[in-house]
Design a protein around this ligand. Structure first.
Ligand SMILES: [Zn+2]
Length: 332
């Protein structure tokens, strides 16, 4: 099963076993966070079920596999949020149901893959519920979601829950080494940051965010040393405000670790250890915790897409850094 990520293989095999035993459910509620390989899992399962020579995985050579890979298998129905929309509409669901009621074009299984079940509204759910209540033979509905919240109980109770998770970081490390050639400190830090989202970890570890983080730490160090201007720094990160606030949160996390004994090994950003140690010595834990509260507050505003002036909040956060630098000095 080369196409399935190593941490998902056990669960994939279990679904295949259910199929072989004739106990495959009509609907699977496939839950997993972004970046864990959920979409690949769903598509690989669909391709395998539709394959006319299926073995451990889809053969990739039969007519069905050919149609699937070309993106227009008549017995496979992919349902996603349409462009510029935020919800899956009831019209889309009805179309899907009609298509699923037709007899199979290739004489085998029919599979529907709904990629964002949590983005369905009440009437879409009701339409879907009808098919779940009267399932047809040789059909599988894959309902993907990143969370159970927002999926009604009536849907949940008619689908088998299959929850994807990464059970240990060793498999992720091996997978990243295979893909990237070696394990860098940035990748190492990224695995700690996104333990349940290896694809996100890969993106974060490879795409240079860590360089910007290094620049960010240098500027914070200047602020704390009384050399930099909070207003200029706020302006500098203006375009990447959300990232900068996120990095600040990671920075405080590392600093608080450094202020405890023997926690160095858990640092996210080992490469910035020297700068972080400087910061850990310049302001005491109480000061950093106060800052963390303000960071969390600002992150909430960013997430809620709050209409408040984020730039002003960002500036006052950086001014606050200079304030704790003078008020919360360590005792020694
Ligand atoms: Zn095939």
């Amino acid at each position: 099963m080369t196409s399935i990520e190593v941490w998902n293989q056990g669960r994939f095999k279990r679904v295949q076993d259910q199929f072989q035993q004739g106990s495959l459910p009509h609907a699977i509620l496939l839950m997993g966070p972004e970046g864990i390989g959920r979409e690949n899992f769903a598509q690989s399962l669909a391709e395998w079920l539709l394959c006319l020579n299926r073995q451990d995985e889809a053969c990739g050579e039969c007519k069905s596999c050919f149609l699937f890979e070309a993106g227009h298998h008549p017995d496979y129905h992919l349902l996603d949020i349409e462009q510029d929309k935020t919800q899956i509409s009831v019209g889309q669901v009805r179309e899907l149901i009609t298509a699923m009621q037709e007899s199979s074009h290739q004489g085998g299984w029919k599979v529907a893959n709904i990629t964002n079940v949590q983005a369905m509204n009440a009437s879409s759910f009701n339409a879907l519920l009808k098919t779940l209540e009267e399932p047809q033979d040789n059909t599988l509905l894959i309902l993907q979601t990143s969370q159970l919240q927002g999926v009604p109980l009536t849907i949940r109770s008619r689908a088998q829950l299959l929850s994807l998770s990464v059970d240990g970081s060793e498999e992720v490390k091996a997978w990243l080494i295979e893909r990237q050639g070696n394990m860098t400190q940035a990748l190492e830090a990224a695995i700690n940051l996104f333990p349940q989202a290896p694809y996100k970890a890969e993106d974060f570890g490879v795409n240079g965010d860590t360089l910007k983080y290094a620049e960010f730490i240098v500027q914070i160090n200047d602020l704390v040393a009384g050399k930099g201007s909070p207003i200029e720094m706020a302006q500098f990160w203006h375009e990447e405000l959300a990232d900068a606030v996120f990095w600040m949160q990671l920075m405080v996390r590392d600093i608080l670790l450094l202020q405890q004994a023997n926690k160095e090994a858990d640092l996210l950003f080992m490469q910035q250890k020297q700068e972080l140690e400087g910061l850990a010595k310049a302001i005491n834990g109480q000061g950093w915790l106060l800052l963390l509260e303000k960071i969390n507050e600002l992150q909430r505003l960013i997430k809620q897409k709050s209409p408040v002036n984020l730039m002003a909040s960002w500036q006052s956060l950086l001014i606050f850094v200079t304030q704790i630098a003078s008020k919360y000095k360590p005792l020694d």
